[in-house]
Structures are given as structure tokens and as C-alpha cells.
Design a protein. Structure first.
Lengths: 502, 315
């Protein structure tokens, strides 16, 4: 026993001898572990956070969601939106020392379009061919006009990788990714860490003030915050809304948030298999009543501590794409009751499948009690995430709570969910008029025309309600006081350019 | 002895086969498939079909099982669908982490449980005995995840003594490695200590009332000699069997503990694999754990025989 005491005392003392900290090393706690670190194959949100430091893209997105230059300095549309010509930045090097030029861009885009394992094929499906017309000029020829292409090129599809490394490693590129971003890959231990160090030949190196960055996946939000509080981490992403007060009251920490570009939604089974055959799926008045019975502001206050905003469209109210003619509805139980009555019901039983995380459960329980007042008897069915998606795709649901992390281009928030043949149209809602509007919105680069099309579509969708939009969460970050220069961006990324520590 | 070990190992083969069939079928019963889990919100049907084809998930389940079994016999446990890494490589990477956690937890379990058990037995029905029993009961009742988070908040956040979570290999930075492992192994060892304490106590009580102990005392041996050399050695026998069984509990406990302290070990590997429907990884880890469990029990039985001369004849 005494020996044990002596040993533990010695160990505790050893622990007291402080942990060494180097000035410009940034440790960032992520909510999950990233998947394969190959921009062509990757699919996780946290993977994109890592790429933001490692892989520059042809174009980037500014905090106000405008497309801005990155590896391409300039671009122009021609031939009625069927040709996109990009001028590349001169003197850019990949992490392996090779030069980033038009040939490298062509090789990367072709890799994204043809690699068997590529997950970028649908994002680039409008591209007919891509050519290097000069050492620093790339020409994209499209099958049909596609206004969303620039937004795709501002994400993984537009991350240019070293053709040399891509050729050597093939589908195994993720084991040692070589890009042209401000930080280069050092090592990765699955489920533990991803380490990057400053790339000395980065084209914008004068604005990089961090020498090394380590990403640590810590899924539990409490533990992630504890690591920040204890000083083991410099920054964390996706702070739980319930912890916002803790961070704000801590003098050693700072806080940043911004309403994200995604949405929280309730998917109604409109025509996806036999389970769609119920009054809620058939009669839009019931869906309208359901939507009217929800107090979206109260949800935001109760569940998200005021960090979220209520919503009724695929775009948040602060987005330029939001249709101001259809404001977020206030709660109106009487009107909801009247609609239910009009549809011929007193009480309406509804089964709602929800993800089994505490926040979603809490939120849907609040919704359950809100709509009960109007006449809906909601039965909640808590389901683990992979199962929920599976049931939703198969149509084995009546009402399903599912969220979308959002895309920079408005098309990414609506087209694939709502159009008749949309890739993830789980409600199987199909309205030729809406299809026409959404397809036309895709085909023009004139923003005013696009806005008019989305506005028109939102009027129809707000009446039919295949997806009942509930609101929009915020991205929330917390960091040590000595970490400065971070700009909160609605896409949830952590851009290290301009960030300082100490 | 060798024949005995050989027999035991042969018996292990059907056990492992049954376990593998069981785990394989259980996984297939889960709704959702790995491709869907991998895709997350980006569910492009064409890509999903391509991946299902590539990983042969469209084959009938028995065919998938036979393919997997064939791989195992040639030392290939398959490839992780999520990270494209071979499962054997993942296991080799994570196993040492969990072994370190297991050893350190066992250290805490023994360091706390055994002395407390001896003390409680020797001071039977006194205040010390009651306090020890209450401590043991609370050790058993306190949930791992709660104790873990409380320790993180107290020791790391408030006192700043130890890192809140994470892991460092003992070969890279031994000090940091021990620092990161103290809290998780204490949390894990704590629950085992309670069980160990109760068993040590009852085994000791049985031995202490035996005739030969009275004789030893009568001979004038010091209480220390009587308790440690004469009683404890004999009381150890059931404790050893228990330790082997506790090993299973340890692995189960590691699942939660590793999750809380973000330790990239076996437990975390299997939890993430289940959520991602990464069949090959789940299967590989469960098989590896089963082998470990069987081997631990074999070792316990052998030790049992070595410590107990009466059993040697029966081999």
C-alpha cells in the first residue's frame, strides 16, 4: 500500500511538471474523425476542415458566400454559360515541389471524374471536357450550362492535387496526400490525430503565422470543451449550444458563431413506398397545420440557447437566396386546428423518426408537445443515424427528422432533395413545375434570374411542404484568448490564413 | 501439461467459429449498410451502387461469410471500408494501446482491491471492514462515464494536473503516455477493484478460519507471516480465476472509457466500426478479443494448477 502511495505521488508529481508548449503550434479539437484524406474520395465534414489547411482550391468562398480567387486568379463564362475559362496563379508549388499549372488542374479534374472510387463524379457531371489551353489557362467545356460549377470548384472537386503523387499512389493517395495548401501532411493516427506543418513554399506564406497544426477528433462535446478549458487544445469546433454560457463566462476563452448554410428539416413521406399512404402524406393541409403548430423561436431559445434561427426555406433568413415574401411563420394553433378540421380530422396520429442524439431528441419532444395542442398525436421513434438514413431512403417512415449541412450554391440545398429524379429525394415529392424552375435556375449564371426562379419554387414548396423546414443551426467555435485572426464562416470551415497564436 | 494445453486450444476452435458466425449474422441484422453509413448525407445512388459492388456487399450473406472466413485462414482479416486500411494493420495499431490500458487498470485494480480485501477480512466486522465494503459498493455502482467526466473536470480542468484526454505511445514519450493513461486506467481499474476486494475478502475469510492457520498462529508466527505467506497465497486461487474473467469486463469497460478519454484503442475502434457498419473491422476486433479472452482463461487455469499442488495429479 505504501509503495503504491509513493508511486502514485511520484506519478502525480511528474504530471505537475508542466506540458511543454511551442509558440506557434495550434491544436484543434474536431467533432469526428475524418475519413480518407483524398479530396476525390472524401465525404466527411471534418475532412473538409482538414483540407482547408492542406489543399487549396481553384476558388474559395468568402464569409459572405461570394466566390473569390484562390488557385485561379480570374475566370470568365462564355458561349451562353457553356464554357468556363480560368486563369491560374503563377508560381504555385505543390508540397512535393512540383509546379501547379494548367496540366495539373486538368489531371486533377480528370482524376475526380474518372477514378473508380471518386465521390466527385456527380458534382462534375456537367463537365464535358477540361483542357489546358495555355500553361496557366484552363478551359472547362460543359454539356449544358451549370451555374453551380464554381461552387463545386470551391470545395473538394476543385482541390488541385499533385499529379505526380496522384499517379504514384492512385486510390491510396489518402495515405500521403500532396496538395498546394498552406500546410503539408506530416502524419495521421486513425481516431487520434492528423498532424500538418507549415509549407515553406506556399504562395501566400507571408499570411501564415502558424507553424504546425494538429487536429484531434474528440466526439464527446463535454470532453472536447474540457480539453479546451484545461489548455490541451487551442480551439474547438461545434461547441454544444448548452455550453455557450460556460465559454462566454470564462475569461481565458473566446467565442465565435455564425448561422450555417444548412437546415434542420422534417421529411414527409409523400410517395416513397406503401408507408406514404396515410393522410399526412396525402393531404397538404395537415402538413401546413403541423408547420403552423410549431413555435420556431421557442425551439431556438429552449434547445439552442438562442444560437439558432427559425426557418421555413432551404436557405436561412440572412441568406441572399431567402424569399422575403414568405417570412418564417409565427405559431398559430387556431389556424392549425381549423386546417385539421377542414381535412376532416379531430386528432391525427403521426409517427416521427428522429436521430438518437440528445439535442435532436430534446428538440423533437418540444415539437411533439407543441403540435399536440393543435391535434397531432406524435409518436417519436428514436433511431441511430445510419439506420435513420437507410429507413428514409427506403421509404420506411412517415415523418423523418434529417438535417443538411448546406452548400454554398443554393442549388445544393434544394435540387437533389426536391426534383422528381433528385439523387436524395427521399420524400419522392414530384412536381413538374418545381422541376422546371429548379432546372432553369441551374442553367443561368445571371443571379437575378436565378433568384426569381428559387423564389417561385419556394412559393409552391411552402404550400406543398414535402419538407417542413424548422430552422438553421449555428456553427459555434471556442478558442483560447491568445488565438486571434479567426473569421467565422457560414460553411463551418477553419481557415488558418491570418490566424495567430500568442 | 502440454497435452492439456493442446486439448484446450482445440476446443477453442469451434468456440471461435461459433462466435464468428454469431457476430457476422448479428451485424447483418442491423438495419443500414456500411455504404450508407459512409455516405452520410451525400447519398448519390450511382456511387452507392458502385461501392456496394466493389465491396461485394450484394453477394448473399453466406457467400460473404465464406469469403471472409477464407481470408482469415490466410491471415487476411479484410479491409476497413471507412479508411481503406487493412484490418490486421488497424488491430496491430490499436491493440498495444488497449493492452497498456488493461495493464495499468489491472495495476490499479490490484493495488486498491487486494489490500482492501485482506484488510477487510483481517478486521472482519469492524469499522474498517464496513468502510471497505461501502467503498467497494460505491466503486461498483459509480458508472464509468460519470466518474471519467468528473475526474476530467476536477483533475484536468480545475487543477490542471493531467491532460484531459488523448494518447501518446509509451515508446515515444513515456511521461506523457503515463500522464494520459492515469485517469482512464483508474476509472477502469476502480470498478474491478471493488469486485476483487469482495472476492479477496471472502477467500481470505475462508482461509483464515482453517485449522492450519490456527496452527501457524500457535507456532508463534508473526501476524504478518500468517496473513501474507500462509493465508494470502491460498486465498489467491479464486482471485486468479476471477482476474481472467475480469479481463472480459476490462475489455467491455474499455469501450466506454476509451470513448470518454478519446483513447484510440480497441474499444473506440469497435464502437466507431459499429456505427459505420464497418463489418470487417467489427468482425476482426471481436475475433481478436475472443482469442484474447480464451487465452487469458487458459493462462488462469494453468496458473491455478501451478499454485495448487492438489490439482497437478488430475492432469
Amino acid at each position: 500500500m505504501t509503495r503504491f502511495l509513493r508511486l502514485t505521488t511520484a506519478l502525480a508529481f511528474g504530471a505537475l511538471c508542466a506540458l511543454p508548449v511551442t509558440a506557434a503550434e495550434l491544436k484543434i479539437g474536431l467533432g469526428d474523425d475524418a475519413d480518407v484524406l483524398d479530396p476525390a474520395q472524401s465525404r466527411t465534414f471534418v475532412g473538409r476542415i482538414v483540407y482547408t489547411a492542406m489543399c487549396d482550391k481553384l476558388v474559395d468562398v468568402s464569409p459572405d458566400l461570394k466566390i473569390v480567387p484562390q488557385l485561379a486568379t480570374d475566370w470568365a463564362w462564355s458561349e451562353e454559360g457553356k464554357v468556363l475559362t480560368m486563369t491560374l496563379r503563377n508560381g504555385v508549388k505543390f508540397h512535393d515541389g512540383t509546379t501547379m499549372d494548367a496540366a495539373a488542374v486538368v489531371a486533377t479534374i480528370e482524376r475526380n471524374m474518372t477514378l473508380t472510387e471518386s465521390r466527385r463524379k456527380s458534382e462534375l457531371s456537367s463537365v464535358e471536357k477540361v483542357e489546358a489551353t495555355a500553361p496557366l489557362t484552363v478551359k472547362f467545356t460543359l454539356k449544358k450550362p451549370d451555374a453551380t460549377l464554381l461552387a463545386q470548384l470551391s470545395d473538394r472537386a476543385g482541390m488541385i492535387v499533385s499529379p505526380k503523387a496522384a499517379k504514384e499512389l492512385g486510390a491510396n493517395f489518402g495515405s500521403k496526400p500532396v496538395c498546394a495548401g498552406p500546410f503539408k501532411f506530416v502524419e495521421r493516427v486513425q481516431q487520434d490525430r492528423i498532424v500538418l506543418e507549415k509549407f515553406q513554399d506556399y504562395w501566400n506564406k507571408d499570411n501564415i503565422f502558424i507553424d504546425k497544426v494538429t487536429y484531434l477528433p474528440i466526439p464527446d462535446t463535454t470532453v472536447r470543451l474540457a480539453n479546451l478549458q484545461s489548455g490541451d487544445l487551442d480551439m474547438i469546433e461545434r461547441l454544444a449550444p448548452t455550453d455557450v454560457a460556460t465559454v462566454k463566462s470564462n475569461p481565458k476563452l473566446t467565442y465565435a458563431d455564425v448561422v450555417n448554410i444548412g437546415y434542420m428539416g422534417l421529411y414527409t413521406n409523400i410517395a416513397n413506398g406503401p408507408r406514404a399512404d396515410n393522410p399526412f402524406g396525402k393531404d397538404k393541409r395537415l402538413r401546413q397545420a403541423f408547420s403552423l403548430a410549431i413555435d420556431r423561436d421557442a425551439l431556438n431559445q429552449i434547445v439552442y440557447e438562442g444560437t439558432a434561427v427559425g426557418g421555413n426555406q432551404p436557405f436561412p433568413p440572412n441568406s441572399p437566396w431567402f424569399n422575403k415574401a414568405i417570412p418564417v411563420p409565427a405559431r398559430d394553433v387556431e389556424k392549425a386546428k381549423a386546417l385539421i378540421k377542414e381535412a376532416g380530422f379531430e386528432r391525427v396520429p403521426v409517427e416521427m423518426q428522429i436521430p438518437n442524439n440528445p439535442v435532436a431528441q430534446q428538440m423533437m419532444q418540444v415539437v411533439q408537445s407543441m403540435v399536440a395542442e393543435a391535434g397531432f398525436d406524435v409518436q417519436l421513434k428514436s433511431t441511430e443515424f445510419a439506420t435513420l438514413l437507410d429507413e428514409q431512403t427506403r421509404g420506411n417512415y412517415q415523418l423523418s427528422r434529417s438535417d443538411w449541412s448546406g452548400r454554398v450554391d443554393p442549388d445544393g440545398n434544394i435540387h437533389q432533395f426536391i426534383t422528381c429524379k433528385g439523387g436524395i429525394n427521399d420524400t419522392k415529392y414530384c412536381n413538374p413545375k418545381v422541376d422546371e424552375l429548379l432546372n432553369e435556375a441551374r442553367a443561368t449564371t445571371d443571379q437575378a434570374v436565378r433568384k426569381a426562379k428559387y423564389d417561385a419554387a419556394s412559393v409552391i414548396l411552402n404550400d406543398d411542404l414535402p419538407i417542413i423546414y424548422l430552422g438553421h443551426q449555428s456553427w459555434i467555435w471556442a478558442m483560447q484568448k491568445n488565438v486571434t485572426g479567426f473569421v467565422a464562416s457560414p460553411d463551418g470551415m477553419i481557415r488558418l490564413v491570418g490566424m495567430k497564436k500568442g | 501439461m502440454l497435452v492439456y494445453i493442446g486439448k484446450r486450444l482445440l476446443v477453442a476452435i469451434p468456440t471461435l467459429l461459433i462466435i464468428s458466425i454469431f457476430v457476422f449474422s448479428l451485424q447483418k441484422l442491423l438495419p443500414g449498410d456500411p455504404i450508407m453509413a459512409m455516405a452520410g448525407e451525400e447519398r448519390d445512388p450511382a456511387v452507392l451502387d458502385m461501392l456496394r459492388e466493389k465491396y461485394r456487399l450484394n453477394d448473399p450473406i453466406p457467400v460473404q461469410y465464406i469469403t471472409w472466413l477464407g481470408g482469415v485462414l490466410t491471415g487476411d482479416l479484410g479491409i476497413s471500408l471507412r479508411t481503406n486500411q487493412p484490418v490486421t494493420e488497424l488491430i496491430a495499431e490499436k491493440l498495444p494501446v488497449t493492452i497498456q490500458l488493461a495493464i495499468m487498470s489491472m495495476f490499479f485494480a490490484f493495488a486498491i482491491g487486494v489490500p482492501m480485501g485482506i484488510l477487510a477480512a483481517v478486521k472482519k466486522n469492524t469499522a474498517i471492514d464496513y468502510v471497505a465494503s461501502i467503498l467497494a459498493l460505491s466503486g461498483l455502482s459509480v458508472p464509468n462515464f460519470w466518474l471519467g467526466i468528473m475526474l476530467i473536470l476536477l483533475i484536468s480542468v480545475n487543477l490542471g494536473w493531467l491532460p484531459a484526454s488523448g494518447f501518446e505511445s509509451i515508446f515515444v514519450d513515456p511521461v506523457r503516455s503515463l500522464q494520459t493513461m492515469i485517469m482512464p486506467s483508474f476509472v477502469l481499474g476502480n470498478a474491478l477493484a471493488a469486485t476483487l476486494m469482495r472476492h479477496t475478502r471472502s477467500a481470505m475469510l475462508g482461509v483464515l478460519s482453517a485449522d492450519y492457520i490456527r496452527t501457524a498462529r500457535a507456532k508463534g508466527l508473526s501476524p504478518r507471516q500468517v496473513i501474507l505467506s500462509h493465508s494470502f497465497r491460498n486465498a489467491l486461487l479464486p482471485v486468479i480465476t476471477l482476474t481472467a474473467l475480469l479481463f472480459g469486463e476490462l475489455l467491455a469497460g474499455a469501450v466506454l472509457t476509451e470513448q470518454i478519454f478519446t483513447i484510440p484503442g480497441f474499444g473506440k475502434l469497435i464502437v466507431d466500426a459499429v456505427f459505420n457498419r464497418d463489418y470487417a473491422v467489427v468482425q476482426g476486433v471481436v475475433m481478436c478479443t475472443a482469442v484474447g479472452f480464451i487465452v487469458m482463461n487458459l493462462i488462469a487455469d494453468i496458473l491455478y494448477v501451478l499454485l495448487n499442488p492438489r490439482l497437478r495429479a488430475s492432469l
